[in-house]
Design a protein. Structure first.
Length: 218
């Protein structure tokens, strides 16, 4: 499926001038808050995390910070890699780097870890589904790519490799490093890797906000 309205490739200023700003801002931050909450659901399920979160969970075993703080830290480090790749951040990029980590920590603070396996499975599946919706919401708001998505597209452009190959290489790399650090790998990691792409693609058409300014639409 393709979005009813194509996604736009706009610079930071053009993103803010593209119209329907209140609706897009609400959708952007709703998506980012839900993304952080979905991460926390998978953490409490204790059945495996998304690839980048395997890295985050391993890292915090060795430094005195929270998972959400690790998400923010690695987002900032990834954004530094955008500089040589000449990627252009937007409001959504910067917001993603901060809000997701804060939302994850806030959700973890109020969400206990269940003992029953059935409840943990429900949390894991709900986390993956919610992550797909959250991804569609923040992408559909058209405020730019997230830090890790921009790293993927920038590397693909510079190296000439396919997005699929670059994404696979990045995610395998961060999982390996995360495992070496003691990160949480499990069935949830596999479920996320298999379902997140199809889920986000299926939900995206309904979430793309039509812009007033069609310049730069791809």
């Amino acid at each position: 499926m393709i979005p009813r309205q194509p996604l736009a490739d706009l610079g930071p200023v053009a993103q803010l001038r593209a119209g329907r700003l209140p609706r897009r801002l609400v959708q952007l931050y709703a998506g980012l808050l839900l993304y952080g909450a979905s991460l926390a659901l998978m953490v409490r399920a204790e059945l495996g995390l998304a690839p980048w979160d395997v890295l985050h969970s391993g890292f915090i075993r060795h430094v005195p910070i929270t998972l959400g703080q690790a998400v923010i830290l690695f987002s900032v480090l990834v954004l530094l890699l955008w500089i040589p790749l000449r990627e252009q951040p937007g409001l959504g990029t910067v917001s993603n780097a901060v809000v997701v980590g804060l939302a994850a920590d806030a959700t973890l603070a109020v969400l206990p870890a269940p003992d029953q396996l059935g409840l943990r499975i429900v949390l894991m599946v709900t986390g993956v589904l919610l992550n797909g919706l959250a991804t569609a919401l923040y992408i559909g708001a058209q405020f730019g790519r997230g830090p890790r998505d921009g790293l993927m597209t920038g590397l693909a452009r510079v190296t000439g490799r396919s997005l699929r190959l670059v994404r696979t290489g990045l995610e395998v790399g961060v999982v390996v490093v995360g495992l070496l650090l003691g990160g949480a790998l499990g069935v949830g990691t596999v479920l996320y890797a298999v379902l997140i792409g199809p889920l986000a693609q299926a939900m995206l058409p309904a979430c793309v906000v039509e812009l007033d300014d069609s310049d730069g639409i791809v």
